[in-house]
Design a protein around this ligand. Sequence first.
Ligand SMILES: [Mn+2]
Length: 358
Amino acid sequence: MKLGLGLYRHMLTAENFAFAKQAGATHIVAHLVDYFRGGVGHSPGDDQPLGSDWGWGLAGDPERLWTVSELRELRAATEDAGLTLEAIENFDPAHWGDILLDGPKRPQQIENVKTILRRMGEVGIPIMGYNFSIAGVAGRTKGRYARGGASSVGMEGPYDLPMPNGLVWNMVVDSSAPSRDAGLIPPVTHAQLWSRLERFLAEVLPVAEAAGVRLALHPDDPPMPTIRGQARLVYQPSMYQRVIDLNPSPSNQLEFCVGSLAEMTEGDIYDVVDQYARQHRLGYVHLRNVRDKVPHYKETFIDDGEVDVLRVLAILKRNRFEGVIIPDHAPQMSCAAPWHAGMAFAMGYLRAGLQSLA
Ligand SMILES: [Mn+2]
């Protein structure tokens, strides 16, 4: 198993690559969508986008896909720091929102996804992490939930405010929508969402396979049956099996988020880790700790929640998982560099855990 660090777009700097290397990472997972673009309610240094009822911020340019040269530059920048670029995390809603909504731009956006996968293959980035969700990562709150009053995220109850048109996956894809009465996105059903995922995978997985790229699906965060009135896909551990069973392609994989799985109301987290690790379909792993279940869970320090993270590492090892583990989120620590301190703590803990298994 390898230790990696996930970096948001605005953190993809030489200094943060050096930080990752110093914290023991060998791999990087990079977010290319700027979740904070034009957003509200963020302070400088925030790593946990929460946003407003209009989501996190403005999605990117629908006409401009990530280019081969920018992907190549990113790979080179990580390699300059002695690191390997393992994955890109999350498509831009501007590039694929109508695939989620089954909207009129869907055919063009399927081509967008194929182009992105081909470009990643050309540059040699092996994994594309994605979250097949209409409401996305919404409904979380921030508070001094973690040990010693450290700031982290959680949930304080359901969030089902209806979702306006112009918003997809908690980002604004139509910048004029917030200033007018944009109407509402009709609620999707669970069955419709599964059928959209199945069609999507059938169309893009052959391209992913040919490009040598694996698609890895994140479960719902937060794992509620609905958020903003929109059904969610994988909000119980057993639903992840359906993703694997939908399409036998070896490029059909999981972005296995232990924290989100532990927040779900069903299942034993150790059995769940074993069940999926055994099938060798984990693209990469998000490993963080939590306390309680939806709709009232809280993220904790990695050594301090209900999950025995060292036991999770042992189960992954026993199943011969050889991919990358990243800390996902971490509580922010009280100092001049709250995000970095929180991550360094999680990285040190994970590194010790991995060394103790070696
Ligand atoms: Mn996660």
